[in-house]
Design a protein around this ligand. Structure first.
Ligand code: DGL
Length: 257
């Protein structure tokens, strides 16, 4: 039992999709969320850059005396986690590695397609992690470089979004997947477009499995009251609050550090 806060980070608001689910199932935990908007998007950054960003954020969380950190970003989990995982004395939960086992045991997952950022796809992390548990599964990963900006754009150009999504969905469907992982925290918000091409049930938002995994493994708080929340960004606090509405209702401007 430990009442110290849990840190969450992502390049921006996307990780709030994980955070929102976490608050629902573990409301008594004290939490700190960090959005690295100065370095957004992570999807096109190099491994060296992503390791540098992760270290800066983990160093910050260390000053906050966290008991654990949740890497709520697929790209950072894919490229930075393995390098930084033993550098801190708190637990670190990366989204991809934490979900892989549960994904590998799903009944309807013989052919898995993954939509993710360029960085995540190039790393091959989803494939490598899932195959560790079940080498029989066929997995194919597809990069969707425009989808984060489609989600973040307040006035969506519906034609542009539809065309881009159609292109990637047709490519994906050629692979004949029976499960499609939405391997970037922003993508579940495109379900309205995606489900024009395949039934909703085929899509998997790893956030759901991830939060379950964390709740089964984390050293829980003993508090009865609702846990505290603090929000930090590395830049653009107004953008953060505006775009957060897609994922979680943040009312006050975050601290900029
Ligand atoms: N949140 C990141 C992920 O899950 C993607 C957003 C970005 O490219 O910055 O991979």
């Amino acid at each position: 039992m430990n009442n110290n806060p849990i840190g969450f980070f992502d390049s921006g608001v996307g990780g709030l999709s994980v955070y929102a689910r976490f608050r629902e199932i573990l409301p008594h935990e004290n939490t700190i969320y960090y959005g690295d908007l100065k370095n957004l998007p992570y999807g096109s950054k190099t491994k060296e850059q992503l390791v540098g960003y992760a270290r800066n954020i983990l160093d910050f969380f260390k000053t906050k005396n966290v008991k654990a950190v949740v890497i709520a970003c697929n790209t950072s989990s894919a490229l930075a986690y393995e390098i930084v995982k033993n550098e801190y004395d708190f637990e670190i939960y990366p989204i991809i590695q934490s979900c892989a086992k549960m994904i590998s045991t799903m009944n309807d997952a013989q052919r898995i397609g993954v939509f993710a950022t360029e960085g995540t796809v190039k790393s091959g992390a989803y494939k490598a992690e899932i195959l560790k548990y079940n080498p029989e599964i066929l997995i194919k990963e597809f990069a969707c470089p425009n989808w984060v900006s489609i989600v973040e754009t307040t006035n969506k150009d519906e034609d542009y979004a539809n065309d881009d999504i159609k292109k990637h969905m047709l490519e994906m469907l050629e692979f004949r997947p029976n499960k499609i992982i939405l391997g970037c925290t922003h993508y579940p918000y495109l379900i309205k477009y995606l489900s024009q091409y395949a039934p909703k049930e085929i899509f998997l938002d790893p956030a759901e499995i991830f939060v379950k995994y964390i709740s089964e493994n984390i050293n829980k708080s003993t508090q009865d009251n609702v846990g505290s929340e603090e929000f930090y960004v590395s830049a653009n606090p107004i953008d953060f609050v505006r775009n957060s509405k897609l994922f979680y209702d943040i009312k006050e401007l975050p601290n900029v550090i």
